[in-house]
Design a protein around this ligand. Structure first.
Ligand SMILES: O=CC(=O)O
Length: 436
């Protein structure tokens, strides 16, 4: 039987390497509905405990642990590794060709679960497509992974094979939402211009070894120009409409951080599944039944939804033309959701006034036209000013707290499913149901 577990999420235990002055709770996020195609993970908090079956060592289910060893949650891991036989393939075995050989020869036996606790390792075998999934033994019941996104696995195919895929979006939601807030503010205040004008000319000048900036140089001109001119194109977010595409945990946390009473933005959202009225009311969020309607209404559009199942962009040239002139645009979801050349056109034409992208269509490569608009050249476009694009390196979810949560949540998902209970953060149950 499941025992009550009052562990709050995120966990309140001190985080190694950080000593917060106070443990303020995450903003309230109402109980949510199961994952929808357009939503990030949505789950009722706090986590429930997992019913763990007791097994003798001879009958313990096998868990295939791909990636680095557990780092942050030794207590949960002690519970996990006493319930299961954990097998961790070596780095060489995780390379795709060797991984395929190992699966074919059943090197790891009839394992019951796949466990990937980190996003920096465990992906060496590449995409979980039919080539890998068809080789999995029938014993596999659950694949629990780090990461909010799950475009690296064919979750439909896994579901059709009877394997529940659990993501860890819940663990990353706060970090991603915090980062999104910075990016949204950046599109209103043009942080790349402000930051680059203070540093770039100096960093690239021959006097960069001096300890103070030269006051008559290009550096001083860039500083003074930015100081004098950024004001005229900068705005407070208050009163502007924030249009969230996707209203799962991440979208809802962004709304809680920027909505009325805090930053004072008006919250609008579009999702394939409308959220309960209680959620809308709590977050002062107005639902838009169509993407077009949201795009036509928003002053700042934020993508916070999983990649499309077909990998096609949602923000196309046509979608960009639906936006109001000067709309701001932020992507903290997936690069594949955006036609970046169309976005560069829209920035040049002034349809989009400023953008901030943490994720990119061809990572680790970044679109060169967008890079040009991040720097101190004004670029094309009437009335364009420098630094209209903020570009980062897929950092939004990257905090220690997120990784603590990835580990914990992945183990708890596996313990729940193999213990005969419900998965905590499944993303593909609809495909499992379609099978029966
Ligand atoms: O991109 C980050 C994630 O999927 O968590």
């Amino acid at each position: 039987m499941a025992e009550p577990n009052n562990t709050p999420w995120p966990p309140s235990t001190p985080v190694p390497g950080s000593t917060p002055r106070s443990q303020s709770p995450a903003p309230p996020v109402p109980s949510l509905t199961p994952n929808a195609t357009m939503s990030t993970t949505t789950t009722t908090l706090p986590l429930r405990s997992s019913p763990i079956a007791t097994h003798t060592s001879a009958t313990r289910p096998i868990v295939l642990h791909i990636g680095d060893p557990i780092k942050y949650n030794p207590k949960t891991y002690a519970e996990f590794s006493s319930a299961f036989e954990v097998i961790r393939p070596s780095t060489a075995e995780r390379e795709r060709s060797e991984f395929i050989v190992a699966l074919k020869e059943r090197r790891w036996g009839d394992f019951s679960a796949i466990f990937r606790p980190f996003w920096g390792t465990g992906g060496e075998m590449g995409r979980w497509d039919a080539e890998l999934i068809d080789l999995l033994p029938d014993s596999v019941k659950v694949f629990a992974s780090a990461g909010a996104g799950f475009d690296w696995a064919d979750t439909k195919l896994l579901g059709e094979k009877g394997i529940i895929y659990c993501n860890s979006g819940l663990a990353a939601a706060e970090a991603v939402a915090d980062f999104a807030v910075v990016m949204i503010i950046s599109t209103f205040r043009h942080l790349p211009w402000c930051m680059n004008a203070a540093t770039l000319p100096f960093l690239t000048s021959s006097s960069s070894s001096s300890s103070s900036t030269p006051d008559t140089s290009a550096a001083a001109t860039a500083f003074q120009t930015c100081h004098a001119q950024a004001t005229a194109v900068s705005h407070n977010p208050r009163g502007h409409v924030l249009g969230l595409i996707g209203f799962g945990n991440i979208g809802q946390q962004i709304a809680a951080k920027l909505g009325p009473g805090v930053f004072g933005m008006a919250i609008a959202y579009h999702d394939v599944i409308r959220k309960p009225l209680a959620v809308e009311k709590q977050l002062h969020a107005a639902f838009h039944a169509t993407l077009d309607s949201l795009l036509q209404t928003s002053d700042c559009v934020v993508l916070c939804t999983p990649a499309s199942a077909d990998g096609k962009p949602l923000i196309t040239a046509a979608a960009l033309r639906r936006m109001r002139p000067g709309t701001r645009f932020v992507n903290i979801a997936r690069g594949s959701l955006v036609d970046e050349d169309a976005l560069a056109d829209a920035l040049e034409e002034g349809i989009v006034g400023a953008a901030a992208l943490d994720v990119h269509a061809d990572e680790p490569r970044v679109n060169r036209r967008l890079i040009a608009m991040a720097g101190l050249e004004a670029g094309n476009g009437s009335g364009a000013h420098p630094g209209r694009v903020m570009l980062t390196c897929h950092n939004a979810g990257g905090t220690v707290e997120t990784h603590i949560g990835f580990e914990e949540l992945s183990m708890r998902n596996i313990m729940a499913v193999l213990g005969g209970g419900d998965a905590i953060t499944p993303v593909n149950l609809h495909f499992l149901k379609a099978r029966t």
